[in-house]
Design a binder for this molecule. Sequence first.
Ligand SMILES: COc1cc(-c2ccc3ncc(-c4cccc([C@@H](O)NCCN(C)C)c4)n3n2)ccc1O
Length: 284
Amino acid sequence: MDGYAFKKESLELTYEVGDDIGSGNFAVVRRVTYRDSGQEYAAKFIRKRRGGGRKGARMEDIHKEISILRSLDHRNVISLYEVFETSQEVILILELVTGGELFDHISRKDHLGEEEASAFIGQILHGLKHLHDNNIAHLDLKPENIMLLDRNSQSIKLIDFGLAQRISEKEDIRALMGTAEFIAPEVVSYERLSLATDMWSIGVITYILLSGASPFLGDSQQETYHNITALNYEFDQEYFENTSDLAKDFIRRLFVKNPRKRATVDDCINHAWIRPKKQNEELQ
Ligand SMILES: COc1cc(-c2ccc3ncc(-c4cccc([C@@H](O)NCCN(C)C)c4)n3n2)ccc1O
């Protein structure tokens, strides 16, 4: 994988390994401290698939995630510093964020005011623009994978690139993956995935930030999938009576079934609900 060797020496020589702080597919995230400086990092320990088993991540998937992370450098995208490898695991040394998941931030407040929601979505869009300008789709955007830099910060970082893919016109990528309530119709229908697949998820995240409700979530995965492919959602007055038409227009432009007609990340960044408000005043 682009000639990138992983360090084979013991991680423990350089880092003191602390507590588990999270977990995901075949991975555990631990807080680690660089012994020489005392600087803290997050270490993602990914279990390697052995032999013909199904447990653990395939090396080609691990290499893809590392290659994607190494090609990104943006204030709203988690940074990868170095990689270690043992016989059982690959260990990613990552920037540590301590503000918790955006999901928890919403849960504490039930939902956010439009200004706070617009500010969060704006940051997510700038991080996502960096991915999309590099033809990388995240493909697992959800509040749990958007973290706050620290407890007092409104700064966010996109994490968890385990499903991320390089998108090209030449290669047709299809997969049923991601978390049901956030996936786009083309994922449900096993059709070609693209950068636009992330934009649908931005619409779902925006809807949740503003209302605390999930637009397509049904009583079963089957019902959720049906709601997505049928675009069966509404701006229920119970949750949206005080939401601006501009915010609803922003969401409507993302809940478009045809990926080619869906708003792009640049369309969203330039949308009046996101564009810095002072510019709006100048335009009036
Ligand atoms: C780059 O890929 C990842 C990064 C991280 C990551 C990077 C920095 C960092 N600082 C703190 C944390 C952290 C703290 C608490 C929980 C979690 C995580 O388990 N929950 C979000 C991940 N997803 C599996 C829901 C992650 N992280 N997590 C987690 C999973 C990843 O796949």
